[in-house]
Design a binder for this molecule. Structure first.
Ligand SMILES: [Zn+2]
Length: 165
């Protein structure tokens, strides 16, 4: 049965291709492009940078970065948030934040469903949610809030929220 053999070969090749693509996307991606905390890809506009004694570490969003700060007290020399409007790094302590807006900047790609070896599971806990984005000024934060909802917080308030969730 040549036809059947051909189908089996084709099936095996397809399986190998799928595995290679998966491995390329999940295993061999350069680590510097991933969030230090949740391993998601970094996105311009919401990256949160931490200056440590050992070098710089990037987190995919202020929420992840603040988690790291809370879990490693004393390890951070300086924290930088990205101003969503300009894409520039600004000192995290002087930034204003909007929590809970309707755009999940860093959860867009993975969504609530997660593929795992044993099947598909719904993620109940997400480090990046509720969303937290940073702005240079309170006015910019309030402008975002008008469009996307959520609440405007200063640095200390944002840290307190991250501690709770
Ligand atoms: Zn993250």
């Amino acid at each position: 049965m040549k036809w059947k053999d051909a189908m089996i070969t084709l099936g095996a090749l397809a399986a190998m291709a799928v595995v290679s693509v998966w491995a390329y996307r999940n295993v061999t991606r350069p680590p510097q492009d991933l969030c230090r905390v949740c391993n998601r890809t970094l996105h311009a506009g919401v990256t949160y940078r931490l200056d440590l004694a050992t070098g710089k570490e990037d987190a995919c969003c202020p929420r992840c970065g603040m988690h790291y700060q809370i879990e490693h007290p004393g390890a951070i020399k300086k924290a930088w948030a990205t101003d969503l409007d300009s894409g520039e790094f600004i000192p995290a302590e002087s930034a204003y934040y909007v929590e809970g807006g309707d755009i999940a900047h860093c959860a867009v790609q993975s969504g609530a469903l997660q593929r795992e070896p044993q099947g598909v599971s719904v993620r109940e806990f997400d480090r990046c949610l509720p969303t937290l984005v940073a702005f240079r000024t309170k006015q910019e934060a309030e402008g975002y809030q008008r469009q996307h909802g959520g609440q405007v917080l200063n640095y200390q308030q944002a840290m307190n929220e991250v501690k709770v969730l």
